[in-house]
Design a binder for this molecule. Structure first.
Ligand code: NAD
Length: 493
């Protein structure tokens, strides 16, 4: 296995993709550009893979799964994951620069994700030697010993969005390595560079050829053939709910297993007794972080009526003071949106909010002064006077837009918070223990955060209810997504 390309040529030069331990071009020879969303500049070209490349990557993953990788013992997989974690730690700054340049995440936030991402790799390393079946007392016969075995599902197809390339790649590849699966990962066409860097680090750590393959391409040309492929045993997908539905349909051919982390329209509930010093910045950044391009964005902000006006005023002041710019500046708090297309989409919601009668209290426009003109920047935006039926209160915007909605009683706010097709996350701000427990129980969401937000932990399962998807990432449940359970019966009389 070779490390064929110097790291971080973010200067428009060409990078290859990684299949079977080799750096290769697309079979068609086609390429595509990736741009810095803060400046609009082309930072690299990458292969534009198609069906033939997916065939090749799945074959490489199958060979590795049936071959050398199957002989790796759990303790060897553990050692490998620990080595990968060390390499990530050593190259963390490069990883952050790559994410910031390719998808706009402010570098200060990228750096701040170190504990979580390194923690994930080390958590999976720990789990590699903790996978086990059970001895099950046979319920029908004393002459039969029965037990279960946990076995890797096989070749895993992983498809990820642009908004968190590092964490999403690790969340897909880490459990595969821990359980003994192999992976074909297709990054988003909007942000393919960090996954390619991650492939370099995997190679350097000694991951055998074909165990991890990174295939760059579009959703239609590379993602769809991967989701349909009869040689893929499981698809793990993070992205929009509409694409998730097409993945489920595509999986029907061989009934491959599927897990889905999809969109959200998460409620944040601020009760009368909340600590506002804490609640204002946390509620604001629950949406504004990563310019709102976060699946768990707490974009429906329910505020108790008695504190609503004060809360909204403080939120607007907070939004107005955020430093916006190119994320490579360590002072930047809010970076650009990923693409001109996403900018147009978000601007459409800004217009819709005003047209439907919401009151704009902060932001509301594209920012195009000076250097910002070249990028896809939107001011952190707060709408008040929003009603539950407005589009900005119902649809996932994936931009820095908060809708504030007053409420009167807890029963009422629970009903309104749950009145959405999504169920990814929820936030609660209260100092009352009973309210905290009651709301945590009654909110239909895969994660509920009380007096905090965004607290994702490698050891705690994360995932959706309802149309936010199924399956869990993080925690022991995550490993089970990559394992089959076999029952074994041995007659001993
Ligand atoms: P998207 O669904 O457009 O694309 C996601 C990935 O799927 C990309 O790699 C894309 O190329 C690929 N793809 C597109 N069409 C495909 C098809 N027909 N078959 C196979 N693959 C296909 O999503 P996006 O716009 O990149 O990301 C934003 C969405 O992701 C938001 O809805 C957001 O909420 C969601 N998201 C969810 C989580 C989570 O953990 N729940 C995390 C991040 C993002």
């Amino acid at each position: 296995m070779t490390i064929a390309q110097p790291r971080h040529l973010l200067d428009g030069s060409h990078r290859r993709m990684f299949i079977g331990g080799a750096w290769v071009e697309a079979a068609s020879g086609q390429t595509m550009e990736t741009r810095n969303p803060a400046t609009g500049a082309v930072i690299a070209t990458v292969p534009r893979a198609g069906k033939k490349d997916i065939e090749r990557a799945v074959a490489a993953a199958r060979n590795a799964f049936d071959g050398p990788w199957s002989r790796f013992k759990p303790h060897e997989r553990q050692k490998l994951l620990l080595k990968i974690a060390d390499l990530f730690e050593r190259h963390w700054e490069e990883i952050c620069v790559s994410d910031t340049t390719d998808m706009g995440l402010p570098i200060a936030r990228a750096r701040g994700n170190a504990n979580r991402v390194l923690g994930m790799l080390r958590y999976y390393a720990g789990m590699a030697t903790a996978l086990h079946g059970q001895t099950v007392e046979n319920s029908l016969s004393g002459d039969i010993v029965s037990y279960t075995r946990k076995e890797p599902v096989g070749v895993v197809g992983a498809i990820i969005p642009w908004n968190a390339p590092t964490a999403a790649s690790v969340w897909k590849i880490g459990p595969a390595l821990a359980t003994g699966c192999t992976v074909v990962l297709k990054p988003s066409e909007e942000a393919p560079l960090t996954p390619l860097l991650i492939a370099e680090l995997m190679a350097e750590a000694g991951v055998p050829d074909g165990v991890v393959n990174i295939v760059t391409g579009t959703g239609a040309e590379a993602g769809a053939p991967l989701a349909e492929h009869m040689g893929v045993d499981k698809i793990v997908f993070t992205g929009s709910t509409a694409t998730g539905q097409s993945i489920v349909r595509a999986s029907a051919g061989n009934l491959k297993r599927v897990s889905l982390e999809l969109g959200g329209k998460s409620p944040v509930i601020v009760c009368t007794d909340a600590d506002l010093e804490r609640a204002v910045p946390v509620a604001a950044m629950s949406v504004f972080a990563n310019s709102g391009q976060i699946c768990i964005a707490g974009s429906r902000l329910f505020v108790a009526r008695s504190i609503h006006d004060e809360f909204v005023a403080r939120l607007a002041a907070y939004a107005g003071a955020l430093r916006i710019g190119n994320g490579i500046d360590p002072e930047t708090e809010i970076g650009p949106l990923i693409s001109p297309r996403q900018l147009q989409r978000v601007e459409g919601y800004l217009r819709a909010g005003s047209e439907e009668g919401a009151r704009l209290v902060a932001g509301g426009t594209r920012l195009s002064d000076g250097a910002l003109a070249a990028g896809n920047f939107v001011a952190p935006t707060v709408f008040a006077g929003v009603s539950d039926t407005m589009r900005i209160a119902r649809e996932e915007i994936f931009g820095p837009v908060i809708s504030a909605l007053p409420f009167d009683t807890l029963d009422e706010v629970v009903r309104r918070a749950n009145d959405t097709p999504y169920g990814l996350a929820a936030g609660v701000f209260t100092r009352d223990l009973a309210t905290a427990h009651q709301l945590s129980r009654r909110l239909q969401a895969g994660s509920v955060w009380v007096n905090t937000y965004h607290a994702i932990d490698p050891a705690v399962p994360f995932g959706g209810y309802k149309m936010s998807g199924y399956g869990r990432e993080g925690g022991a449940e995550h490993l089970d997504e990559y394992l089959n359970t076999k029952g074994v019966f041995i007659r001993i009389d």
